[in-house]
Design a protein around this ligand. Structure first.
Ligand SMILES: [Zn+2]
Length: 343
């Protein structure tokens, strides 16, 4: 009986893979290569295949399936990347992004292994459900991943689907064609700042990495007496979310106010998620979640003002546990679901 799968995290910079057991432990060293995202489909395909092969060799096992986390609109049922803005190639000086690329079948043909895939933020939620704070038992888990954008995923359990879902594992909500659960594009103010998607007031426009940095630069320059200003040597280009966290941990009121503002925006969006999905857990992932108490205190305070009280009573809002390998673990969780469904 086979007892391993391969989890793959395809990113715009690197593709990473590891062999993972049923409990979510990485059994091989993590193999990583450049994804060559702008060199066309064949170049990226070869990098993916090479990375997976090396991970399998390092673990010395015969995995049962491969699960891939891919950023973009992923039609998992058809194994097709509908749209992936980070991937493509230049033709006549114009960058043509991946549209309707049959990625799963192409990887499967090279490896002779079943290949399943999904959107990276959705799979991060699935990985956290099985191997992180959800532990495979959560009665509903929402995850948002704070980074260059804001990713979101929704995992329900059969007890939360009225009308007879039979699958006892996590049920990943992806919608009609896999494009679903774009929680980062939840609008919290229709007159708000412009988001990368073109719309005004998405939560991503307020709480993505660059928005936090911009906010911190402005308040640093208004407050030259602050610790944040000192830590950045008065240089706005030195501001990072980690530096804001460092200043906040040492009690700098300017840095604390930044996390309070970010947490307030996030709290409004999260209250919406709680009201719609009635989850047991809201997990916050991504490196920015390391801001800790100053961020989470503001989220909790805001959610109390916007979420329905009985739904909030049952819900925990916590940092995600598996921050570092979320894509790989999500791919592995999807691969294990595939293996179990075959059994
Ligand atoms: Zn948006």
């Amino acid at each position: 009986m086979t007892s391993t799968v391969v989890g793959v995290d395809l990113g715009g910079t690197n593709v990473r893979a590891a062999v993972v057991n049923r409990e979510g432990a990485l059994l091989s060293t993590l193999v990583q290569h450049p994804s060559r995202a702008q060199d066309g489909f064949q170049a990226t395909l070869q990098q993916i295949v090479r990375t997976i092969r090396e991970a399998i060799e390092a673990a010395g096992t015969s995995p049962a399936a491969v699960g891939m986390a891919v950023p973009g609109h992923i039609d998992a049922a058809r194994g097709v990347v509908r749209w992936a803005p980070n991937f493509g190639e230049y033709r006549n000086g114009i960058f043509e992004v991946w549209r309707d690329v049959p990625l799963a079948a192409a990887v499967q043909a090279e490896l002779n292994l079943p290949v399943v895939m999904g959107n990276d933020a959705n799979l991060a939620a699935l990985g956290e459900y099985y191997y992180g704070v959800g532990r495979g038992r959560a009665r509903g888990l929402i995850m948002i991943t704070l980074g260059t954008g804001i990713g979101g995923g929704v995992v329900l359990s059969h007890a939360q689907v009225q009308g007879g879902a039979r699958w006892e594992g996590g049920i990943l909500l992806v919608g009609l064609s896999g494009g679903g659960a774009e929680l980062g594009h939840t609008v919290i103010d229709f007159a708000g700042p412009r988001c990368g998607c073109g719309v005004r007031g998405c939560i991503e426009a307020y709480a993505k990495r660059d928005a936090i940095i911009e906010m911190a630069r402005e308040s640093m320059q208004r407050n030259p007496q602050s610790l944040l200003y000192t830590l950045a040597n008065g240089d706005p280009t030195q501001i990072t979310p980690a530096l804001v966290s460092q200043a906040a941990q040492q009690g700098d009121p300017v840095a604390l106010a930044i996390w309070h503002e970010v947490g307030t925006y996030l709290g409004v969006a999260i209250a919406n998620f709680i009201n719609i999905f009635n989850p047991e857990i809201v997990a916050i992932g991504g490196q920015i979640a390391k801001a800790g108490a100053p961020l989470f205190d503001a989220i909790h305070a805001t959610v109390r003002n916007y979420a329905l009280p009985t739904l909030l009573e049952e819900c925990q809002i916590v940092p995600a546990e598996r921050l570092e390998d979320a894509g790989i673990l999500g791919g592995a969780a999807l691969a294990w679901q595939f293996v179990e469904a075959q059994a």
